[in-house]
Design a protein around this ligand. Structure first.
Ligand SMILES: *Cc1c(COP(=O)(O)O)cnc(C)c1O
Length: 346
């Protein structure tokens, strides 16, 4: 249709991992949690489901009051969204005009490029150093650079940039640094407290991975209140519904569930990495709930096809300026056994 903005006509559009709606595939392609969420979540949704006459609280007061002491920040440092992808959209619309640019590391989460394109901005990719630190070019920029995205741990590599480096990058940058902590619960550290050190640091979180709630759609940003105030103007009025607010509040309150789940996933992650290495795969040590691996003799795409034919879905990813490989989500021990035994037979 000719009335559509040229930017949109030219856009390929972000393609998320496959979500087959039937069959009994073992799904290891989108980093969902293999275990069911805290029991408290379903109970909270049931209660909330009986009271849907009124609009939800537009500023998620209940969630923020509950989450603030758990996260170690004040409630007015939190903004909630319909998944953290919604938060990333709000950030782009808050800071980036057409013609500006967004920076992201390479290889990384490609949704940022789509968000830049929709905004009519350009996406500038800066390659990681060989040791997964970032080059000086990542922290320099002029007035056109409006937002820098850094998933930490990064996807698809599972690598981390240190807190010290993040502080240095934020200090040097002329614009905000978004630390996308979708996987931080699986790592040894996070950067939420660094938000207090520098107003340019904005941390984003999601309940999709470590809380086992990808189907719920809930994420949030942590930033200084003067930043949150501006972001609030951009978001949809009712971007989180009553059911997700109730569920998210219950989920974040159940800190025991989170600790137990993360501990299990980390043990399984170690085993997956060790066994993949034994099978001759090159594995990057991961701080997230997935593992990136390649094989020097077998093309990744063929391994992906082979696993899929045998009922296991992993993510085949191709980074032209780096390598193509497989990103395998850490599932349950049984799922890992099924995957590893297929790989062994190959
Ligand atoms: C999964 C993921 C998200 C999206 O999380 P949602 O809350 O499900 O939208 C954001 N950033 C990264 C790096 C992710 O891997």
């Amino acid at each position: 249709m000719s009335n559509v903005r040229k930017t949109i006509q030219d856009l390929a559009g972000y393609v998320p991992g496959e979500q087959p709606q039937q069959g009994k595939l073992i799904k290891l392609n989108t980093n969902e949690n293999p275990y069911p969420a805290s029991e408290a979540v379903a109970a909270a949704i049931e209660t909330a489901a009986r009271n849907l006459v009124r609009y939800p609280d537009p500023i998620a007061t209940g969630f923020r009051l509950t989450a603030a002491p758990i996260l170690g920040v004040d409630p007015d440092w939190i903004l909630c969204g319909n998944g953290s992808d919604d938060i990333l959209t709000i950030l782009t619309r808050t800071f980036v005009d057409a013609g500006n640019s967004i920076r992201l590391p390479y290889p990384s989460y490609t949704l940022y490029r789509t968000l830049a394109a929709i905004q009519g901005a350009t996406a500038e990719e800066v390659a990681f150093n060989d040791d997964w630190t970032l080059p000086t070019a990542f922290r320099t920029g002029d007035g056109q650079l409006r937002l820098v995205m850094l998933p930490n741990p990064n996807s698809p590599t599972g690598t981390v940039v240190s807190r010290e480096e993040i502080l240095e990058i934020a200090d040097a940058l002329p614009c905000p640094l978004v630390v996308d902590e979708a996987y931080a619960d699986f790592a040894d550290f996070n950067c939420i407290d660094l938000v207090q050190e520098n107003e340019k640091i904005i941390v984003t979180r999601t309940l999709s991975k470590s809380y086992g709630l990808a189907g719920l759609r809930f994420g949030f940003a942590v930033a200084q209140p003067q930043v949150i105030t501006q972001m609030l103007k951009v978001k949809d009025s009712y971007n989180c519904d009553s059911l997700s607010l109730a569920a998210a509040t219950a989920a974040i309150s159940d800190t025991n569930w989170l600790a137990g789940n993360v501990a299990k996933i980390r043990v399984t992650r170690s085993r997956l990495q060790a066994q993949l290495a034994q099978l001759g795969y090159d594995v990057i040590p991961s701080h997230a709930n997935f593992v990136w691996c390649t094989h020097s003799e077998q093309p990744a795409e063929q391994i992906y096809e082979y696993l899929k034919e045998n009922g296991i879905l992993v993510r085949y990813m191709k980074y032209p300026k780096w390598q193509d490989g497989l990103r395998i989500s850490v599932g349950s021990d049984e799922q890992m056994d099924a995957c590893l035994s297929l790989l062994e037979k190959r």
